[in-house]
Write a protein that binds this ligand. Structure first.
Ligand code: ASC
Length: 151
């Protein structure tokens, strides 16, 4: 049993260490995967936004739960940014995601870092702090959209 567990752990470790492209059989699979991730992020980030903007009452517990989800999901979609999946329609990635990959990766990291701070802000149980960090996080979403997403 213990050996089986070790083997399973090794397989999982190896699979997650594979290059991003190797995780998908077809480019369409990668596109579907990343869109699913961004959709979930937007849904849960939006619930915090509703509080930050006063559209729903501030609920610190709900804010923290949603922020945790956002921070976890924020790690995922970028593996789906595989070469050959840029486009010219609204919302699709521009080719510079790949020609300026270091800049793109830095922008993604910035957003991920802000989502970690969002968790801390939500847990602080202070609406002003949540509002400020919601704005900072949304700013990193927008910066990447402005540079790398078809308008
Ligand atoms: C959101 C959301 C985004 C960002 C972006 C910020 O709530 O779904 O993609 O904020 O609109 O400008």
């Amino acid at each position: 049993m213990k050996r089986l567990l070790l083997a399973a752990t090794a397989v999982i470790g190896f699979a997650t260490a594979l290059p991003a492209a190797a995780q998908f059989q077809k480019p369409e699979d990668a596109v579907k995967y990343r869109k699913a991730g961004f959709t979930l992020m937007a849904a849960h980030f939006g619930r915090i936004g509703a509080m930050a903007q006063g559209r729903v009452p501030f609920d610190a517990t709900a804010a923290a739960v949603n922020a945790e989800i956002v921070a976890q999901i924020a790690k995922l979609p970028f593996a789906g940014m595989v070469e050959g999946t840029s486009g010219t329609e609204k919302g699709q990635p521009k080719p510079n995601v790949w020609t300026e990959r270091a800049k793109f990766d830095a922008a993604a990291k910035k957003m991920q870092d802000e989502t970690v701070k969002l968790v801390a802000a939500a847990k602080a149980n202070n609406l002003d702090q949540l509002k400020t960090q919601f704005g900072a996080t949304a700013g990193t979403c927008k910066a990447c959209h402005d540079d790398f997403r078809v308008q």
